[in-house]
Ligand binder design. Structure first.
Ligand code: E4P
Length: 217
């Protein structure tokens, strides 16, 4: 399973990259706003800075909600760097734009997916990635992991190449369960990746090894 980090914070991206397990980055307009990145030029500059840090795919979301402007915006984003993936909302014009970009060989990520039907449409439109929002479904007492399992089954039934990018991941157990289900990618905060390191038996075991080494030397 690929690990993406869901942030626009350059320090967090650098930290995840330095760990050596990062495969890409996802951003969204809320995450950009959280970092205070405003105005088209600054936003484009920020995407370039992210691409300079990571080796993998970087999802950059369009703001437009109509086909023509999504295409204009997406083409501008894609021209920034071959790592850019044009992130499109799961609405009719987003699906049309997804098909347009897929036909042109430009990578896409259909975002804000909350049902298996929406996931099917994204795959039919040739999306590179399709992002079901696990945590936001869990927030409203709906089983997000079950949705990902259903999508896995559907995609496997037909051999769709669209990658399931489990998004809105909140914690380490989401990551582990996504891996069990066979999600292709997960995107979450830095803590959902670094949290995987932790186990008290690792810490106590290492402390004992070092103590015993000191005794013998
Ligand atoms: C997906 O690409 C989104 O950026 C993200 O995962 C949403 O997560 P949230 O529900 O934590 O905002």
């Amino acid at each position: 399973m690929k690990f993406f980090i869901d942030t626009a914070n350059l320090d967090e991206i650098k930290e995840a990259q330095a760990l050596g397990v990062l495969d890409g980055v996802t951003t969204n307009p809320s995450l950009m706003a959280k970092e205070g990145i405003k105005g088209k030029d600054n936003i484009l500059k920020h995407y370039k800075a992210i691409c300079d840090i990571v080796d993998g795919d970087v999802s950059a979301e369009v703001i437009a909600t109509d086909f023509d402007n999504m295409v204009r915006e997406g083409e501008e984003l894609a021209a920034l760097n071959p790592q850019i993936v044009v992130k499109l909302p799961m609405i009719a014009d987003g699906i049309k734009a997804c098909k347009y970009f897929s036909d042109k060989g430009i990578k896409t990520n259909v975002t804000l997916v909350f049902s298996a039907g929406q996931a099917l449409l994204a795959a039919k439109a040739g999306a590179t990635y399709m992002s079901p929002f696990l945590g936001r479904l869990d927030d409203v007492s709906t089983d997000g992991l079950q949705l990902i399992a259903d999508i896995r089954l559907i995609y496997d039934n037909y051999g769709f190449e669209t990658q399931i990018l489990s998004a809105s991941v909140r914690h380490t157990m989401h990551v582990v369960n996504c891996a069990k289900i066979g999600s292709d990618v997960m995107t979450g905060p830095l803590s959902s990746i670094t949290g995987l390191l932790k186990h008290p038996l690792t810490d106590s075991g290492l402390a004992k090894f070092l103590e015993d080494y000191k005794k013998g030397n």
